[in-house]
Design a protein around this ligand. Structure first.
Ligand SMILES: [Zn+2]
Length: 142
């Protein structure tokens, strides 16, 4: 597919460059649209290197989606060499915040095994998301 545009910005700071359709899944390759920012918020002095990270995203019309994201390491005048800040992706994460929030919203409703099958994530990934949700929402008993 080419000349593909989305009517809304789905991935802040990035846009799709091309999409591959496999048997029953989509791989969307992203390209940056802005200069990278450091985790501290400062603008990069220069880009140190770039690596492509495979990220799981929510499904589009029942097609599981994998994003290929060029994540840049930059030279910051305050922090040194750091990985760039991406608003929709936590550091070291392999799933988007959108997918994490979706899974966490379903955790109270579905068993972990069924939820993992539904979203195409490993059981342990869903369990860790549920634990993070519980730490955030449930207070320790006194
Ligand atoms: Zn910095």
């Amino acid at each position: 597919m080419s000349n593909l545009t989305f009517p809304i910005e789905l991935w802040e700071g990035f846009k799709p460059s091309h999409i591959e359709q496999h048997d029953r899944s989509l791989t969307i390759h992203l390209t940056p649209t802005s200069r990278p920012l450091c985790q501290c918020g400062a603008e990069a002095q220069r880009i140190h290197d770039t690596s492509i990270r495979r990220i799981s995203e929510r499904t589009i019309l029942d097609y599981p989606v994998t994003l290929m994201v060029p994540v840049r390491r930059l030279l910051c005048h305050q922090c040194g060499t750091r990985t760039e800040h991406i608003s929709w992706l936590k550091p070291f994460s392999r799933i988007t915040e959108r997918l994490a929030n979706f899974v966490q919203s379903l955790c109270p409703l579905l068993p972990i095994k069924h939820l993992a099958q539904l979203v195409g994530l490993h059981w342990h990934t869903v369990k860790e998301l549920d634990k993070a949700r519980l730490r955030r929402e449930v207070l320790e008993p006194k």
